[in-house]
Design a protein around this ligand. Sequence first.
Ligand SMILES: [Fe+2]
Ligand SMILES: [Fe+2]
Length: 308
Amino acid sequence: MTAVTFRRMRFDVDSDVPFQWNPANPGSGLMANMISFIAVGFERYLVLAVKDALRTMTDEDLRAEAEVFLAQESQHSAAHRRHVNGLIAQYPGLGPVLDRVVSGYEELFAAQPLKFHLAYIASLEATFPPLFTFMIENRDRLYNGDTRVASLFLWHYVEEIEHRSSAQIVFDGVVASRWYQMRMLPRSMSHILAVSRELADGFREAVPEEDMGVDPRVATGEIWRTETLTRLPVVNRFFTAPYRTTFEGIPSRQLLRLVAGLVRSQSPTHHPGDVVAPDWFHTWMDSYAAGEDMAHFYGVGSAPAARG
Ligand SMILES: [Fe+2]
Ligand SMILES: [Fe+2]
């Protein structure tokens, strides 16, 4: 099995945490809130599927990989659930939004076989090393908000990078068909997109725009059009973004590297374990090992050494 460790963590994200916890980059604050809602539904789905898969596994090494993966994901889901519960306490209209995310995953779980679930999970988890490396490397622009929320997300991203091989190992150990995984990709991605769209609509209905702190279009696919138009040479001379974009200030080459990493992550010959962890991953791990307060490790209000 790969080197993955379960750490017991607790984050004080409750109803004291404002919806817009990241005024320095409200688009990123909104995106993180959406990730919290998806994480509750997706990681619950993942736990159900991997528990089912464990019933068929006899190889001890494979079982150990699946079990530590499951333990980390269960804890991620619980931490995001706490964050989401705090938001629902402030905006009760978000309760049905969470219900729809969860039921979307429950329906998928009921409608498809185990091999589909493991393919969906492996494909989505493969996007996390490039995506969360990007988030970590640009944390000063994306996560410089309330330390309670910023620290929760950065912990989650670090552990996603740590267990980056697990979902693929489980899929390969149980289903062993990269061809099947490739064929299921459009169905998996369209499910994720549908969940995200529904979530964006639900947020716009449940949270007043002034509390959201950002143009609600940021929570839709419109953001990608705006982000692209502001960066295209020549075109950007004639285009003024109607709102501040989430990735403003991040060099285009980093966004291109992210897109390339996401495309590569879905190749049938790709192994997520080959992706090199960013330096800050090791900073986080070393600080955890040194006994630092990881629940307030980054962002506004964190300990003064504020982790560069
Ligand atoms: Fe996770
Ligand atoms: Fe994961």
